[in-house]
Design a protein around this ligand. Structure first.
Ligand code: FES
Length: 126
């Protein structure tokens, strides 16, 4: 099985791990087949993602994907973050083995879920 150096690096030293207690948006997604779960927390400042953290209870590829995804959306606008696809994450990681591509899908879904939650909360405050 092949894992790129970048995957190994993000797996062994994941960036932005943790919780944001006063997050503006939180998204939790899971994969029913493998049972892995990913949770993403966002702070949003005037449509810019000023802070992002994650907790992933899952495989190494899921952890590396979450770590990379958080790096890719930090400091970006909501629109830019929504445009990040799982393929972008895979490419940034230098590839994932075919049977591990679904792990990167969790990252894309977690970003979207957290942004959905942000919009929902904001709507509720109006
Ligand atoms: Fe399911 Fe990686 S094996 S997320």
């Amino acid at each position: 099985m092949y894992y790129s150096e970048t995957v190994m690096e993000h797996f062994t030293r994941p960036r932005n791990v943790g919780v944001i207690a006063d997050a503006d948006g939180v998204g939790e997604v899971g994969n029913a087949v493998c049972g892995d779960i990913m949770k993403m927390y966002l702070k949003v400042d005037e449509e810019i993602i000023s802070e992002v953290r994650f907790e992933t209870f899952g495989c190494g590829s899921a952890i590396a994907s979450s770590s990379m995804a958080t790096e890719m959306i930090k400091g970006k606008t909501i629109t830019q973050a929504l445009a990040v696809t799982n393929q972008n994450v895979v490419d940034a990681l230098g590839g994932l083995p075919p049977h591990k591509v679904h792990c990167s899908v969790l990252a894309q879904e977690a970003i979207k879920a957290a942004i959905d939650d942000y919009y929902e909360r904001r709507g509720n405050r109006q």
